[in-house]
Every structure is written in structure tokens, then in C-alpha cells.
Design a protein around this ligand. Structure first.
Ligand SMILES: NC(=O)c1ccc[n+]([C@@H]2O[C@H](COP(=O)([O-])OP(=O)(O)OC[C@H]3O[C@@H](n4cnc5c(N)ncnc54)[C@H](OP(=O)(O)O)[C@@H]3O)[C@@H](O)[C@H]2O)c1
Length: 409
């Protein structure tokens, strides 16, 4: 995806508010960028491998690629329906003239065929990226209600809120919307495959397919390239989800005994905690003279560099800053400034400082006494009486600005 590589992504065309929409990349895509072409062939290879291996396993199961195309295009816009009709009439003309197909003509294969139910932040992003790799996608907003026709795609992705999963699974199963040719997955981090259990008996299997990526917007989404997806559940659903993940440039991971709550807690702490820390950072920067509209543009690349360091170096090496260097004076100065200007940030600063100490000690780039001094500064600051006595009304720091912009729970 273009978005997949580097610059984020453009929105899926009208992903919102129109019920089911085909975002098939097969039609109307025009000339694609070389990178997308490359990714398309990767997706096609993945889809080919998947189909080949599954058709071997499913001896006798009907191949439904043609009816799949027909059925899904029935759910799309009029112009797309017209295009489908044109395709159909074209093939009728060919058969009417009784022209035999040359046996050597290679069959054109499309990328993965996916139905996404839920047009929230994850749903629209996945739809767009799958389209960009040449996949065939139908995206339906959950608030539009259940699909009107049975699902023909090889993978049904539930991208709805976690608490809705069992209800929708039951409703899809009871309405007969899923057959054994479709595997069903959800993208929740906390829920296991069992959230889709009502679909197990009527489908090709159920699984969790959680992208460990942060999707914050309906209009712009991050690169999926290089991200990881946790996949767990029934064999065929796992196999298809892993194939899709690879086609998207992601690394599928399967930890069979994963505690999904702990896994999700870690992902949320890092992703959401980082966003909250950066929001406070914007405020602190504003008090230091950086315009608030500029601050996120400065902090984004900073976080990027942290992310790069974490990925490339791991811990403790990814740590930087005054705690690593063993600089108690810097820590004390920062604390004093925050107390005076942004007191709401002090507890986070203290917690973050404590969390850095074991990393800094493991790196050992300063005498142990420096780390002891930092620990005692943080400890004193964490003690309410110590904090209040340290707060000096006559601080040499600039006057405390309003904290109205501070994010609060
Ligand atoms: N966001 C992330 O970073 C992220 C990352 C990995 C996994 N996930 C998982 O992905 C799933 C979907 O998350 P999401 O972030 O895409 O959630 P979302 O944007 O809130 O959308 C999820 C669902 O909520 C509905 N929705 C959106 N706004 C609503 C409103 N104001 N009132 C009622 N319903 C509303 C959407 O309905 P329509 O379909 O009708 O639009 C959609 O089906 C969850 O299981 C989540 O755990 C999220």
C-alpha cells in the first residue's frame, strides 16, 4: 500500500456510511505504482498458495470464485453493478461464438477475497490496504445492519467493538450468512477466537487476527508494513488469516497459550500510554514556547526514533536521556519545572523515571551512586508531604500557565 509504505494512507473511497461497498482493486485501479504492483503479486501468490493448499484439502468442495465475484458485486454501487454486467455480457458473447479458450492461457488470479463487517478505524484501514494489494474487498458498516446476502468471500473479518462480537457471531450464524467456504476472524486484541464460537459449526473456522498497530483515524492510517498480527484459533481460519497478514506485509504470530488480556494490556499501555504522554509533552512544550500546533509535528518524529530504537536495539539499549546518563540534577530540574508549570504531569514523570532506573542500571553508564540519587529524588517527589514542601511559590520558573488544556480522564 502506498500507505503501507511510509507516508500513511489515503482514505478508502467512501468507506463510511454507505453500507456494503466493494473496494476491489481488480477493477478501476488503473496504473498502479510499482511498489503496489509488487505487493499485488505478493498477495496473489499468497492467495494462490492458500487456494491451492485448501482445494487439495477440500476435495469435492465447490470452487466458488465465479459466484463469489457475482454475489459480492451485487452488493456494490450501480456503476460497479453495470461494470459487472458488462463483464458478464462479454463472457456470454465469447461462449456464444463457441470460441475455444487456448489451453495455455494462464488463469488470471485475484488477491485475497475479504468481507469486512465494521467500518470503524480498523475496518476502513484494512479495506483500503487489501484493495491496494489487489484484493477483493466488501466493507459493510455494522450500523447498516446485517449483510443482505450470504457472504461469498474466503475470509469474513469482524472489525466491530469487542463487546459486539458474540452477538454479531450469533446473528450471522442464525441468519445463514456464512457457509463452510468462509473462515471468520475478528481483529480484537483482548478477545479470543471463542468470541466467534457461534460461527464455528457453520463456517470454515474461527480465529482471532489482531494487528498490533494503532489505528487512530477513519481518514488516515499508519503503515501496516512490518507490523505483527496475532493469529489464534481453528486451523483453516488461522491459515487464511496468516496468509492475509503476510500479503499485507505483516508478520503473523501464533502463541497458542497466549493470555489475550495480558497481551492486550501491554499493547494498550504502550500505544495509548505513548499517545497520552505525547499529549502531555505537547502541553509542556507549549509552556516552554513551542506553538501547540507545531509540537505534535516535533514529537511525532521523536517517537518514531524511539520506536526505531526499540525495534532495532531492544532493551535496555533503547533507553536514552538523563536517567541513563545518571544525571540527578537534570531529573530534579525537570521535576521542579513540571511541578510549577504542569503539576498533572508529575506523577507520570515519577513513574516513568522509576521505570527507567533498572534499564539505566543494566546499561551501567554512570556510577551506582548517581542512580541512587535519582531514585531518592523520585521517591521524595512521590511522597505527598515531600512534594508539597518542595513546591516553592517563589520558584524562579516562569508563572504557572493554565492547565485547562491538560488531558484529563
Ligand atoms: N483502533 C486500534 O488501534 C485497534 C488496533 C487493533 C485492533 N483493534 C480492534 O479493532 C476492533 C474495532 O476497533 P476500532 O478502533 O476500529 O473501533 P471503532 O472505530 O470504534 O469502530 C468499531 C465499531 O464501532 C462502531 N462505531 C463507531 N463509532 C460509533 C459510535 N459513535 N456509536 C456507535 N458505534 C460506533 C462502528 O460502526 P460502523 O461499522 O457502523 O461504522 C464499528 O463497527 C476492536 O475489536 C478493537 O479492539 C483496534
Amino acid at each position: 500500500m502506498s500507505g503501507a509504505r511510509g507516508a500513511g494512507a489515503r482514505p478508502a473511497s467512501g468507506a463510511r456510511g454507505a453500507g456494503a461497498r466493494s473496494v476491489s482493486g481488480a477493477r478501476g485501479a488503473g496504473a498502479r505504482q510499482a511498489s503496489e504492483g509488487h505487493r499485488a503479486s505478493r498477495a496473489q501468490r499468497a492467495a494462490r498458495t492458500l487456494r491451492a493448499s485448501e482445494s487439495r484439502r477440500d476435495t469435492g468442495a465447490p470452487r466458488a470464485s465465479r459466484s463469489r465475484r457475482t454475489s459480492e458485486s451485487q452488493q456494490v454501487s450501480q456503476s460497479q453493478r453495470d461494470a459487472g454486467a458488462r463483464e458478464a455480457s462479454g463472457s456470454q458473447r465469447v461462449s456464444g461464438s463457441r470460441r475455444a479458450k487456448p489451453p495455455s492461457t494462464p488463469k488470471k488470479r485475484s488477491g485475497p477475497s475479504v468481507y469486512i463487517f465494521g467500518a470503524g478505524k480498523v475496518g476502513v484501514a484494512l479495506a483500503d490496504v487489501i484493495r491496494k494489494i489487489g484484493g477483493k474487498v466488501v466493507l459493510r458498516a455494522a450500523r447498516e445492519g446485517l449483510p443482505k446476502r450470504p457472504i461469498e468471500a474466503e475470509l469474513l473479518v469482524f472489525a466491530v467493538r469487542d463487546r459486539e462480537l458474540p452477538t454479531f457471531a450469533t446473528r450471522f450464524a442464525e441468519a445463514g450468512l456464512v457457509s463452510r467456504k468462509t473462515a471468520c476472524v475478528h481483529v480484537s486484541g483482548a478477545a479470543t477466537a471463542e468470541s466467534l464460537a457461534p460461527l464455528r459449526a457453520v463456517s470454515a473456522g474461527v480465529a482471532q487476527m489482531h494487528p498490533m498497530i494503532s489505528f487512530a483515524s477513519l481518514r488516515r492510517w499508519p503503515s501496516l508494513d512490518g507490523g505483527h498480527v496475532h493469529v489464534q484459533g481453528d486451523p483453516k481460519a488461522v491459515s487464511r488469516a496468516r496468509s492475509l497478514a503476510r500479503a499485507l506485509g505483516m508478520t503473523p504470530r501464533t502463541f497458542p497459550d497466549l493470555d489475550t488480556i495480558g497481551y492486550h494490556a501491554a499493547a494498550g499501555l504502550v500505544a495509548n500510554g505513548a499517545a497520552a504522554l505525547a499529549a502531555i509533552g505537547v502541553h509542556v512544550l507549549a509552556t516552554a514556547g513551542v506553538p501547540p500546533e507545531v509540537a505534535p509535528k516535533m514529537l511525532g518524529p521523536l517517537l518514531h526514533s524511539v520506536a526505531d530504537n526499540i525495534k532495532a536495539l531492544g532493551f535496555p539499549d533503547a533507553l536514552t536521556g538523563p536517567v541513563r546518563r545518571g544525571e540527578p540534577q537534570s531529573v530534579a530540574r525537570h521535576l521542579e519545572l513540571l511541578r510549577a508549570r504542569v503539576p498533572d504531569a508529575v506523577p507520570l514523570f515519577i513513574a516513568a523515571g522509576f521505570a527507567q532506573l533498572p534499564l539505566a542500571k543494566a546499561l551501567g553508564e554512570a556510577p551506582a551512586s548517581s542512580f541512587d540519587a535519582i531514585r531518592s529524588i523520585l521517591h521524595d517527589a512521590a511522597t505527598p508531604t515531600a512534594s508539597s514542601t518542595t513546591l516553592s511559590p517563589g520558584s524562579s520558573l516562569a508563572p504557572t500557565p493554565s492547565n485547562e488544556q491538560m488531558p484529563r480522564e
